[in-house]
Design a protein around this ligand. Structure first.
Ligand SMILES: [Zn+2]
Length: 182
């Protein structure tokens, strides 16, 4: 239904965290599988990286607000609403984390990120995540982790544990290099 940094399958919509090469394997100037959501900064970097890319396929998503998308549920074949919020990953200009709500629960896909304790952007990201979740908890946490230090990962996990008690034994925490499909 949704792919993040994953370009090989037949998803309905696609999300790009940032344009580093290990997140765009399978993406090319001939891309025609569907719209790609990403930051405004990332859209500006598309042309230099993929000359000739059909820029009308790009959808700008702004940080810190919920977007609602109507998709077709792969399990029921009925229309289903998916909400998404972008959060600053503090990794490179325009890099996002994505927080999703949908029939699959609440999922945070970090992509590459840098959330040191001293980082002002990380503090803003934390506040944004707290406000977005309110009393809800994350059902699935997915790290792409290709450029994250152990310290970044531990910092995020600690933050989530202290604020949301998300790490119940049932919560899958996915450590993977590459993209996400749900
Ligand atoms: Zn990266």
């Amino acid at each position: 239904m949704i792919s993040v940094d994953q370009w090989s399958s037949g998803s309905q919509i696609y999300f790009l965290t940032h344009l580093h090469a290990n997140h765009t394997v399978g993406l090319s100037p001939r891309w025609n599988k569907g719209p790609i959501y990403c930051s405004r900064i990332t859209t500006r970097l598309f042309h230099p990286k993929f000359p000739g890319f059909d820029l009308s396929l790009l959808r700008v998503i702004e940080i810190g607000r919920w977007y609602s998308l109507l998709l077709v549920s792969p399990s029921t074949g009925m229309e289903t609403k998916v909400q998404v919020m972008a959060i600053d990953a503090n990794h490179c200009p325009g890099a996002f984390m994505y927080l999703f709500r949908g029939e699959f629960g609440i999922m945070l896909y970090t992509g590459d990120f840098r959330w040191e304790v001293s980082s002002e952007i990380a503090q803003m990201g934390k506040t944004m995540l707290l406000n977005a979740l309110k009393n809800d908890k994350i059902d699935t946490l997915s790290f792409s982790g290709s450029r994250c230090s152990t310290g970044d990962v531990l910092f995020l996990l600690n933050f989530l544990i202290h604020n949301f008690t998300v790490l119940e034994s049932s919560m899958p925490v996915i450590f993977k290099v590459g993209g996400l499909e749900v």
